[in-house]
Design a protein around this ligand. Structure first.
Ligand code: ADP
Ligand code: MG
Length: 395
């Protein structure tokens, strides 16, 4: 990897992160790195049901500049956490502290040490365009880019899937988020022009083509986040696992969609469980069909699948919210939109639309106006196509 393969926007960001590095008194960087955010195109709430997920890396990036220190001190600055220098010692027993963003880096350092690498002290600066807390995985991007730049700094290599798992463990142990592997896998393993098809049963993956000069993905960040008093995520995950047990399967993946109605008649399933099972089984099938449709450039069919996914998440899984429903319904009714659905865990965050690129400008303006008129909130909208994953190179 050299800077020659970077886009002009990357060059500007690399220059900016180099400037932040120098202005922080760190001198000249030795290594630079980038990692993208990610969006899940389809396959929602099925990672813990043994399903397939279909994320893409997006055109929003975290950029890092790093330099080795002679001692074991780690010193970090971020443009997104101004004025706060994070410091810890790489050689001590590492543990998370409070809610500091340094925990993500600490978790990666701890993982690399556990994998047998000698991690020295270093100084690093971060600049990111991945919206923080917008459901586009700024946290996985941060973990991934530090994995890459530290390995480059010490002249070592690691298998990408192993690095994704290391970053996932950092998120579990140092940020307290019990996530699946999708986010970290996406931001590391994605390739340009392709979606990542990750099988959550055995972490095997394939790259599914989605590259068309006329079609793109529109990300519409609702800029709302609703906390649920019932612990929305855990209730549903536990409900799915309990339903699988009742139905005598390891995961809901094992339920044949053709046998779904029969399975739903099981007397021990509660009404909630019936809805969860229906979502999981149909969403797993939709994900496989979407891969096929996009591969054949059948956007009408892919769009219908996205729309059906939204309905299933709204009515069966019940993880949408009025803001996401408004965006999905509005987008779905517009010229040039094949389909639109909420994406991510739900209760806020972003929607994703499959759009004809010549309609992106007018569509974005329309959604902005109508959404703001309805909710008094300005949504954040941008277009993307599938990007490549995290990488690092010598300055
Ligand atoms: P998401 O991953 O959906 O963006 P999370 O809550 O998982 O949201 O992660 C957001 C957290 O990640 C922030 O609170 C912060 O601690 C950390 N983070 C992400 N990007 C940056 C950044 N550029 N600088 C500092 N911290 C960051
Ligand atoms: Mg996150």
């Amino acid at each position: 990897m050299s800077t020659q393969t970077l886009s002009p926007e990357h060059h500007a960001s690399i220059e900016a992160v180099g400037t932040l590095f120098a202005d922080s008194g760190f001198g000249t960087p030795e290594v630079f790195g980038v990692a993208p955010g990610r969006v899940n195109v389809i396959g929602e709430h099925i990672d813990y049901n043994g399903g397939l997920v279909l994320p893409a890396a997006i055109d929003r990036w975290v950029h890092v500049a790093i330099r080795r220190r002679e001692d074991d001190l780690v010193r970090l600055v971020s443009a997104q956490a101004p004025g706060k220098l994070v410091e810890f010692s790489a050689s001590e027993e590492l543990a998370p502290e409070g809610k500091s963003w340094g925990n993500y880096v600490k978790g990666v350092v701890a993982g690399l040490k556990r994998a047998g690498f000698a991690v020295p002290g270093f100084e690093a600066a971060v600049i990111s365009t991945v919206p923080v807390g917008g459901g586009l995985s700024s946290s996985a991007a941060l973990e991934a880019v530090f994995g890459k730049v530290i390995l480059e700094l010490i002249g070592e290599e690691m298998d990408d899937l192993a690095l994704a798992k290391l970053c996932q463990k950092a998120e579990h142990d140092f940020a307290g988020v019990p996530c699946g592997l999708m986010d970290q896998a996406a931001v590391i393993l994605c390739e340009e022009g392709k979606l990542l098809m990750l099988d959550c049963v055995d972490d095997s993956f394939q790259h599914a083509p989605f590259e068309d000069p006329d079609w793109g993905l529109l990300i519409i960040n609702s800029c709302v986040s609703h906390e649920l008093s019932d612990g929305g995520y855990a209730v549903r995950r536990d409900g799915c696992h309990a339903a699988a047990k009742i139905l005598g399967v390891g995961t809901l993946r094992e339920i044949n969609p053709a046998k779904l109605e029969e399975a739903l008649k099981h007397p021990e399933l509660t009404e909630d469980m019936q809805r969860y099972v229906r979502h999981a089984v149909t969403e797993i099938a939709r994900t496989l069909e979407t891969v096929e449709a996009l591969g054949e450039r059948d956007y009408a069919r892919a769009g219908e699948l996205l729309n059906a996914s939204h309905v299933s998440l709204r009515d069966d899984y019940r993880v949408s919210c009025p803001e996401l429903d408004f965006i999905a319904e509005l987008a779905q009714s517009q010229e040039g939109v094949a389909g639109c659905r909420m994406t991510g865990g739900g209760f806020g965050g972003s929607a994703i639309a499959l759009v004809r690129r010549d309609c992106v400008e007018s569509l974005s303006r329309l959604i902005e106006q109508r959404y703001e008129a309805e909710f008094g909130i300005e949504p954040k909208i941008f277009e993307t196509r599938p990007m490549g994953g995290a990488r690092a190179w010598k300055a």
